[in-house]
Ligand binder design. Sequence first.
Ligand code: GTQ
Length: 346
Amino acid sequence: MSAVMQPKVDADRKAFYGKIDKSNVTPLWEVLHGLITATPNTPCKPYLWKWDTVWPWIQEAGQLITAKEAERRVLVLENPGLRGQSRITHSLYAGLQLILPGEVAPAHRHSQSALRFILQGSGAYTAVDGEKVTMNVGDFVITPSWTYHDHGNPSKEPMVWMDGLDVPIVELFDAQFLERPSMETQHTDRDQGYNLAQFGNTMKPVEYKHKTHTSPLFWYPYERTRGALDAMKKAQDPHACWGYKLQYTNPVTGDWAMPTIGTFMQMLPKGFKGKPYRSTDSTVYAVVEGKGRCSVNGETLTFGPKDVFVCPSWMPYTLEADDDAVIFSYSDRPVQQALDLWREQF
Ligand code: GTQ
């Protein structure tokens, strides 16, 4: 085709696009290269939220609104590449929730699954399905899809945890529901610790049959997780990329603790310099102990306790630690694996 033909071709195509556009039809060839890409083309960016920066703002939020009025007094951590979408990665939500002494965050239930990862304070509780769990720093707590939950703080100190929810995943499927019961708080008739006793001891009640894909154990205390990492560290060498890393499991099925969110705790031993790693699950990290660095996409994220950072899909990153660093993380890995999509490379 000669060059002189081009304007006519362009004009014909434009006219054609205009004609079919009115009926909501569009040519694939104009968008194909952006649609089916050779590697993940994520809008998610690497980012670090320093605790020292956000903690004063969390306290300020505590002066501006009560937990009751807000329903949930949370500062959402929005990925800089996804502003206005209440997302920390393309598929997951994160927020920092504050509950002050004497406050109650009223009960509700929703299709979205939630995790709590405790960053500061002790003595506040979350009530899940009729049972209160009093939380401490480093604990991982699950609120399964469609279970009633309310939070309260009978302690004398403010309590902050990170909320991780699968909001964007549920939104993708347009499958969200929310209900508020008539009572502000749930009647809790079981003792604290009952859930852990039933499911946290590599046993289960003989009559227990699981009905959902979420772990029946909803409280994973830090003490146990930390103990497991310590034992691992004594027994073996660290993995070249991730040091010592454990995945939280459903004790009954051995599967993920939550169907949509994979959760992990890892330890980078003092002086660790990890090799580059990448995977298709954009990952949210929350630091419990220690200091170190994550280098991703030419940026160095220098982290310490209570900091939160994100490593986006398929960007190679390395982890380093100055002292023993213990880091919680979560991602959409269970969903990707269930759909045969997940890849990693190291
Ligand atoms: O605690 O139920 O950060 O429903 C966002 C939505 C927390 C909660 C969030 C929620 C909650």
